[in-house]
Design a protein around this ligand. Structure first.
Ligand SMILES: Cc1cc2nc3c(=O)[nH]c(=O)nc-3n(C[C@H](O)[C@H](O)[C@H](O)COP(=O)(O)O)c2cc1C
Length: 176
């Protein structure tokens, strides 16, 4: 018997976007990522650590972690420390992931978005598959360059999940 796979039967990939934001800059990046992913046919779940149920990552085919940077030493914000600890116990082998965050260049290039970089390193250490470099935005994502970077991250993640939907990305190839 031959099986015919219809569009309806295709499994829609699901991405967890877990982020923290105080003044709304990182939240805006998260919302833009969700919008781009939605346009590529990828379902997203946007959550902050305060409302996130720390279960396992089994229901998700992709992961996006977003954070601002804070404190005297470019720290991970308190509310993301729980996320950091939780991730250390997860089996992330082969899970496509991306990291993003807002910071402020005023604090110097060594400290700029350092918390995002800490998550990038952790996720790689835990076996995740980085789909793109960390997207670091200076304050609010209102420049074209920022928006292109955000779109590229979404596109790379969507493309990485091609076993669920092939060729989902339809952005200007010159951005890639
Ligand atoms: C006390 C304090 C310390 C900060 N330290 C850093 C830092 O080390 N590196 C950095 O990139 N941004 C730093 N920032 C800037 C924030 O990360 C930045 O304002 C960011 O856009 C806030 O994101 P949110 O709007 O998502 O909360 C600091 C901000 C404050 C108030």
């Amino acid at each position: 018997m031959r099986w015919v796979i219809t569009h309806r039967m295709m499994r829609v990939p699901r991405v967890l976007i877990l982020y923290a934001s105080i003044t709304g800059n990182t939240q805006q990046i998260a919302l833009m990522l969700a919008k781009f992913l939605d346009s590529y046919g990828v379902k997203t779940e946007l959550v902050t650590p305060e409302i996130f149920t720390f279960g396992d990552l089994q229901p998700y085919q992709g992961l996006l972690i977003g954070t601002y940077t804070y404190g005297n030493d470019a720290n991970i914000p308190d509310e993301m420390l729980d996320v950091y600890e939780w991730l250390q116990d997860q089996n992330l082998k082969g899970l496509p992931f991306g990291v993003f965050g807002s910071g402020d260049l005023y604090y110097g290039s060594n400290k700029f978005c350092k918390a995002s970089l800490s998550f990038q390193n952790l996720l790689i250490k835990c076996g995740g598959e980085s789909v793109y470099h960390p997207v670091k935005v200076d304050k609010y994502p209102d420049f074209d360059d920022d928006i292109q970077e955000i779109q590229k991250l979404a596109c790379h993640l969507a493309t990485e999940m091609k076993e669920w939907r092939h060729g989902v990305c339809r952005i200007n190839k010159s951005f890639l």
